[in-house]
Design a protein around this ligand. Structure first.
Ligand code: PGA
Length: 256
């Protein structure tokens, strides 16, 4: 059975309590699209309140620490996210790889910790513009996938339970208004799929591959119709219901 498209809003370092009203509007509208899985990842400060405010959509974090607890000032563990009712966490976002020098190994450890805590994981990968221009995009993303996919005990079960998604987000497309060409998106999603098949065998089908990078109400239809695109990770256009709902509508397929 094919899975529902997955549309996830990443609020990044945006959001105050007044924005809970947007989350409520998104949640109310989400009930009209049962064929789409919808979620929001607000900053840590709003997860608890947003969890209380919504019922139809998933709620997640934007990062987690790889350890369960301990002396890591300022960090939040996957177990702590699970404890306040989060459903999932984003790991390896390019802004974290850049701002916090997160390596593939660090991202893998976070993904593993999140799965062990019972959370879903959205693992992000993507090349820079210089890497794409040098013809290295697939090699770079392949290396990120191979280096950061969770491995080891309990992982196959978590994958089979559809708790892992990959977000392909070309770094140069994030927050820039520049979207990757559809044929490049299709090619990269196929390349990522090949890595997932190699890593997980038949269970690969349970891992959705999302596209991210300047997705909006205008381009979402074409992106989500592209072969191998099973959802979207949306930044700027997820901050208001008015901007986010057309993307959800684009993911919803008319029932035959
Ligand atoms: P953007 O961000 O939609 O604002 O480009 C996407 C992301 O970074 O997840």
């Amino acid at each position: 059975m094919t899975q529902r498209p997955y549309i996830v809003g990443n609020w990044k370092m945006n959001g105050s309590r007044t924005m809970l009203a947007e989350a409520r509007s998104i949640d109310r509208a989400a009930q009209r699209y049962p064929d789409v899985e919808i979620a929001l990842a607000p900053p840590f400060t709003l997860i608890d309140a947003l969890r209380e405010a919504v019922s139809a959509i998933g709620v997640g974090g934007q990062d987690c620490h790889a350890e369960v607890k301990g002396a890591h000032t300022g960090d939040v563990s996957a177990a702590m996210l699970a404890d306040i009712g989060a459903d999932f966490v984003i790991v390896g976002h390019s802004e974290r790889r850049r701002d916090h020098k997160e390596s593939n190994a660090a991202v893998r450890a976070k993904a593993k910790a999140a799965l062990a805590a019972g959370l879903g994981v959205i693992l992000c990968v993507g090349e820079t513009l210089a890497e794409r221009d040098a013809g290295k995009a697939e090699a770079v993303v392949g290396k990120q996938i191979d280096g950061s996919l969770p491995k080891g005990e309990g992982i196959v079960e978590a994958i089979a339970a559809a708790r892992l998604a990959i977000a392909y987000e070309p770094v140069w497309a994030i927050g820039t208004g520049r979207v990757a060409a559809i044929e490049d998106v299709i090619a990269m999603h196929a390349a990522v799929r090949a890595r997932l098949i190699a890593a997980f065998g038949d269970s690969h089908a349970k891992v959705r591959i999302l596209y991210g990078g300047s997705v909006n109400g205008e381009n979402a239809g074409a992106l989500l119709a592209a072969e191998g695109v099973e959802g979207a990770l949306v930044g700027g256009a997820s901050l208001t219901a008015d901007a986010f709902l057309p993307i959800i509508a684009a993911a919803s397929r008319p029932i035959d």
